[in-house]
Ligand binder design. Structure first.
Ligand code: UTP
Ligand code: MG
Length: 437
């Protein structure tokens, strides 16, 4: 396809290590990702702002720049004496425009860059037009990014609430300028925030490896006992950061799946693997209930929804989201908004240490969708996004469930050892057959 010269294609063709061979690149990428997090804290994640639904382009630009800095051959430590040469080298890299290039050059000469320093001081950063960004395009104040980020990281408080608190726009609480001030108001905040406030530091600690292993073992033991092991055992795979880095971060993400069986089969809460699992975890006191702590469940029972397709077969309704038809590019944002996977985000209480940890439990509903669920839940967010953008460039749509044609087309499966060359005719929205994935 003509788009193979695109920056997305170039970025996806590279290996993006967790650490660059040059420690300066690793540090630069870390700072760019910090700036991404401040941008999200200051102006919300993509499409999350009901006043202005759009891509947070600044956050995306920082995420892409961080990936480039980790995956490029340019070694930043070798260019401290030749910033003009560095600038030329960086401009040849994918996703680095004039502004991000200038920020990386500033990092090479000073060890940091202005926008990050401003964010850390709760001040608005200077934008690419040289002006201080006092408000964003939704007219929201860019002040206080560090305080907003800290308050927004409390379980149960999102970026929007943190914004209201900092700016004095909360309907019942006074202006709150830091997490410490918010903690002092503990008894007057809504009850749903109290668990998160009381356990904030504990929930931010990395989950110890032995605890993560114990969580996985408990989940598997319960699922095996509830679902039986005929036809092959149930599996619980690490996803999220644990799968990418080989060690868990602040939470444990587990994808539960079976090689042939469906994960949900009825309409009632207990007619799916996850509903039954959650019931038992709560009964054993391993998972904090909704009465005790923040918990978010999404049980979709999507296995039941089979609809007739035009060619007489059946397709699954959840895989035919109408937004797949959209002609406009969304920069591959779709993310988890198209995800109909059964999932629960909650709080685990260790039976041995009594410590609390965030857990995300996800059940793959249909065995054939496993590769797509695995990819979507492993991340990173940016990798998912670039893959979806690449699919859009090819007139395809990649979701956490399938790969679809966006219009009538012929898909050619190239010959490779053991696989014959095939041409498949697809109509708009039809899935590329799973057996070819
Ligand atoms: P996490 O928020 O746990 O992120 O989401 P993470 O990548 O594991 O990072 P750490 O280690 O916990 O800090 C788990 C996965 O869910 C998907 C991504 O694939 C992510 O890696 N996800 C999550 C999204 O695609 N979009 C989201 O908004 C959130
Ligand atoms: Mg995680």
């Amino acid at each position: 396809r003509a788009t193979s010269g695109s920056a997305t294609f170039a970025a996806l063709s590279r290996a993006c290590p967790l650490e660059h061979a040059d420690a300066r690149n690793t540090e630069c990428a870390r700072q760019l990702r910090e700036a991404e997090k401040y941008e999200i804290a200051a102006q919300g994640d993509d499409y999350a702002d009901s006043d202005l639904k759009t891509t947070n382009t600044e956050a995306l630009a920082y995420a892409k720049a961080a990936a480039t800095v980790l995956s490029m051959d340019v070694r930043l430590s070798e260019w401290t004496e030749n910033l003009a040469g560095l600038k030329r080298a960086l401009r040849r890299e994918p996703f680095l425009g004039d502004f991000r290039t200038a920020q990386i050059c500033e990092f090479v000469s000073t060890g940091s860059f202005e926008a990050l320093r401003s964010f850390e001081r709760n001040e608005p950063p200077i934008g690419s037009d040289g002006q201080r960004r006092i408000v964003n395009s939704a007219r929201r104040s860019m002040h206080g990014a560090a305080a907003k980020r800290e308050m927004g990281s409390v379980l149960g408080i999102g970026w929007r609430t943190a914004y209201q608190l900092y700016e004095g726009e909360h309907p019942t609480l006074p202006k709150v300028r830091s997490l410490a001030e918010l903690k002092a108001l503990r008894d007057s905040v809504p009850p749903s925030w109290r668990f998160g406030l009381d356990h904030h530091d504990e929930l931010r600690n990395p989950v110890p490896a032995e605890e993560a292993n114990a969580i996985r073992a408990a989940v598997l033991e319960i699922v095996d006992a509830q679902q039986g092991v005929e036809g092959g055992a149930w599996q619980a795979s690490w996803v999220g950061g644990a799968r990418r880095r080989m060690w868990p971060g602040h939470d444990v993400d587990l994808l539960v799946w079976h090689p042939t069986k469906a994960g949900s089969w009825g309409a009632a809460t207990d007619e799916c693997v996850l509903g039954q699992l959650l019931g038992e975890l709560e009964r054993r006191g391993l998972l904090r209930t909704r009465a005790e702590a923040w918990q978010m469940r999404s049980l979709n029972h999507r296995h039941r929804v089979a609809i007739e397709s035009a060619d007489g077969g059946t397709v699954r309704g959840h895989r035919r989201d109408h937004t797949l038809r959209m002609g406009v590019t969304t920069h591959g944002f779709e993310n988890l908004s198209h995800d109909k996977t059964d999932r629960c985000f909650g709080v685990w209480r260790s039976p041995t240490t009594g410590e609390h940890h965030r857990v995300d439990l996800v059940v793959c509903g249909l065995a054939e969708e496993l590769p797509f669920s695995m990819l979507a839940w492993t991340g990173s967010r940016l990798l998912n996004r670039l893959l979806r953008q690449r699919a859009i460039d090819l007139d395809l749509a990649l979701t956490p469930h399938a790969l679809h044609a966006r219009q009538d087309m012929t898909v050619v499966i190239d010959a490779r050892p053991g696989v014959e060359r095939r041409e498949i005719q697809l109509r708009a929205l039809q899935e590329i057959p799973f057996e070819l994935m």
